[in-house]
Design a protein around this ligand. Structure first.
Ligand code: FNR
Length: 345
């Protein structure tokens, strides 16, 4: 399908299905086991309705999207989550993600399991290196020498933060992928502890963000261990079928320990497909929202697809924020939604 026919982020999945072979598509699409967590990520947002305010001036809403993420300014409060194996969607692999993020002026966090080496991705930045990217890592707890060397390589690439993924305690149960021989887990690293995280922080001058926090208790641990930022995430529902969506964890923090949103930067991902999903995350205090699959699918069209996905999502956020009655995105808060599920099934 031509790119002009794409009107929203979910369309990219439909299109990617056309461009990708079954095994490659299945690797991206897969969720753990019965895929309840995968579906719940998408559906959790629908349980909460807005409290739209009217007769307010929202004509300049888009000019208020600028967001600082660990001190770096971007044009919008959403980013591209780290996803392995970009070459499955496009022969240019992750280049489209680097360039699309640059065009859309948003953050891209390449995966440690990218198809292209870190060096090549850093060198591909259209801006002569001024584009801010971070780098996700999977580590081997038993090999500090390798970890230090990896961190050094990341620092030298110009990445401005390291994102340490902690939600992959074992290979996920991935029936769909097994059926289609589409590869199984993204990683299997189970020997990590909070002490190890503390040690890691001394291996680098870069901030080490923790990705994969799924409870209020662990968010508090992250504050205690001086994490600069955390990502509330269940890995897109790919690893554990009873895991909560990032949005649900954000809601729990909002209800039980809202101070955390002020103590450290909190990002979240999982099932974000519409502008209203982003707004619901921001309303709780989430600073930036990640999207994985939508950008991976959009990358079937390389740079143009990724840039179009950014534009579509920005336009939806603008429209939905206006309908909420916001003059500035900075005014968003919990008062704009009903935090009691109205669509419980
Ligand atoms: C991922 N994710 C992921 N996360 C990570 O930290 N390192 C990785 O290498 C990968 N690889 C990966 C591959 C694919 C194909 C997907 C779909 C996801 C998880 C990713 O960063 C993010 O948490 C989810 O994708 C968010 O959910 P949505 O937006 O895909 O619903």
């Amino acid at each position: 399908p031509p790119l002009e026919d794409i009107v929203g982020l979910p369309d990219f999945e439909w299109a990617a299905r056309h461009y990708m072979n079954t095994s490659a598509y299945t690797y991206y699409r897969n969720g753990a086991a019965g895929e309840w967590a995968y579906r719940n990520n998408l559906e959790a947002f629908q349980r909460y309705t807005a409290k739209p305010r009217v007769l307010r001036d929202n004509s300049k809403i888009e000019s208020t999207f600028t967001t600082s993420i660990l001190g770096h300014n971007f044009s919008a409060p959403f980013y591209i989550s780290p996803c392995a194996r970009g070459a499955l969607a496009n022969e240019r692999a992750e280049l489209g993600l680097v360039e699309g993020a640059y065009q859309g002026d948003i953050l891209y966090i390449p995966s440690d399991f990218s198809s292209l080496p870190l060096k090549e991705l850093a060198a591909a930045r259209p801006s002569n290196g001024s584009q801010v990217m971070w780098q996700q890592v999977y580590l081997d707890a038993s090999n500090d020498t390798a970890t230090k060397a990896h961190f050094k390589e990341i620092e030298q690439s110009g990445a401005r933060a390291i994102v340490f993924t902690v939600d992959s305690a074992g290979p996920g149960v991935r029936h769909r992928a097994q059926r289609y021989a589409a590869g199984s887990a993204d990683a299997d690293y189970s020997a990590f502890t909070w002490q190890y995280y503390q040690k890691l922080q001394n291996f680098t001058t870069l901030p080490v963000v923790i990705k994969g926090i799924q409870t209020v208790e662990d968010a508090k641990m992250a504050v205690k261990y001086k994490a600069p930022a955390i990502v509330l995430s269940n890995h897109g529902g790919r690893n554990f079928d009873s895991s909560p969506s990032g949005f649900e964890v954000a809601l729990e923090i909002h209800q039980e320990a809202p101070e955390i949103f002020k103590q450290i930067e909190v990002y979240a991902d999982g099932g974000v497909r519409y502008g209203s999903d982003v707004l619901k995350m921001l309303a709780l205090g989430v600073r930036a929202v990640g999207l994985g699959r939508p950008f991976m699918y959009a990358n079937a069209y390389s740079t143009e697809g990724v840039a179009k996905a950014v534009e579509l999502l920005k336009a939806e956020i603008a429209s939905d924020a206006a309908h909420l009655g916001l003059s500035s995105l900075k005014d968003i808060g919990p008062q704009y939604f009903k935090w009691t599920p109205n669509n419980w099934y």
